[in-house]
Write a protein that binds this ligand. Structure first.
Ligand code: GLU
Length: 296
């Protein structure tokens, strides 16, 4: 068997809808980078939010990525040394991180009722990024007395004014100021769901990920994650954020673009090569109903 070097990359799809052309592009780049580095690619099922994740979407995302020609060496379907590879089965890891953050004084309980609750378990992006928290509860000092994560929202107290600078391997130097570009972000939801931010740093470290390849909509989340990595004394991976694929009107592709899902394009008769060709265009046409016939 070919010897593998220490590069470990990951595909981290969320089963909250069908994967679309934007995912095809990002995950193809992630797979190529792992191949170029003769590294190991893992797949992690990010089914953190029980209200939004569905098993049929989890099944579809594995099938669609496989159909595109992407292969991973570790994942929910094939196992591996750092499993389980499904976030809903990794609660003990997240609770351990919550405890360490609470004991270290990094987080505080927040009883503000906010609409952003529902968003915390999913990765934020440009258009629905977690709003800057105004800080009503940040002075609370009763964290140590709360022994369960559930029941309140837990927020990370960000160091206001501190600048976070990192060099993205694709997009170059990035700068974000805590308290300005992002505020005290959620770590745990009152309905007992860990946040995307905490789960992703815990898993990337536990799964020995050395490079994170994902969409540029998560650049600001990287700044939050650098804070978390520091608080938890975890190693910092390299970052490679991919430009987002946009439709003809300039809108970022989202799971609601059902017609641009890998599944629908496949059903329309397109080949994996044609789907990838479309995914690497600067913009994709909103109406691809004829593409299957033309290019399939
Ligand atoms: N699961 C996240 C998403 O589907 C991506 C997380 C990540 O790559 O860090 O948006």
């Amino acid at each position: 068997m070919q010897s593998r070097n220490s590069y470990r990359g990951r595909l981290a799809p969320s089963p909250t809808g069908l994967l679309h052309l934007g995912h095809a592009r990002t995950f193809w780049i992630a797979a190529l980078r792992a191949i170029e580095h003769q590294g190991t690619l893992i797949l992690r099922n990010e089914d953190l939010d029980p209200q939004r994740s569905r098993p049929d979407f989890a099944k579809a995302m594995l099938e669609d990525l496989h159909w595109l020609g992407i292969r991973w060496a570790e994942g929910p379907d094939c196992g591996g040394d750092y499993g389980p590879y499904t976030q809903s089965e990794r609660r003990a890891h997240y609770l351990d991180a919550w405890r360490r953050l609470r004991d270290g004084g990094f987080i505080y309980p927040c009883t503000c009722s906010r609409k952003d609750l529902a968003q915390a378990a999913s990765a934020p992006n440009d258009s629905d990024d977690e709003p800057v928290y105004p800080g009503h509860c940040r002075g609370r000092n009763d964290a140590a007395g709360l022994l369960a994560a559930a029941g309140v929202n837990w927020r990370f107290r960000v160091p206001d004014g501190e600048e976070f600078v990192f060099t993205d391997l694709n997009l170059g130097e990035q700068r974000y100021v805590a308290g300005h570009d992002f505020g005290d972000f959620l770590i745990w939801r009152r309905d007992d769901v860990p946040s995307y931010q905490v789960a992703v740093v815990v898993d990337d470290a536990a799964m020995r990920v050395t490079e994170v390849v994902r969409g540029a909509d998560l650049l600001k989340s990287t700044a939050r994650q650098l804070l978390l990595l520091r608080a938890l004394s975890l190693p910092v991976p390299a970052y490679f954020h991919c430009e987002l694929l946009r439709d003809a009107s300039g809108a970022r592709l989202a799971k609601r673009h059902d017609a641009l899902s890998i599944r629908r394009l496949r059903q329309s008769g397109m080949s994996p090569e044609s789907v990838l060709e479309l995914a690497f265009r600067p913009t994709v046409p909103s109406d691809v109903s004829n593409l299957g016939r033309l290019q399939g």
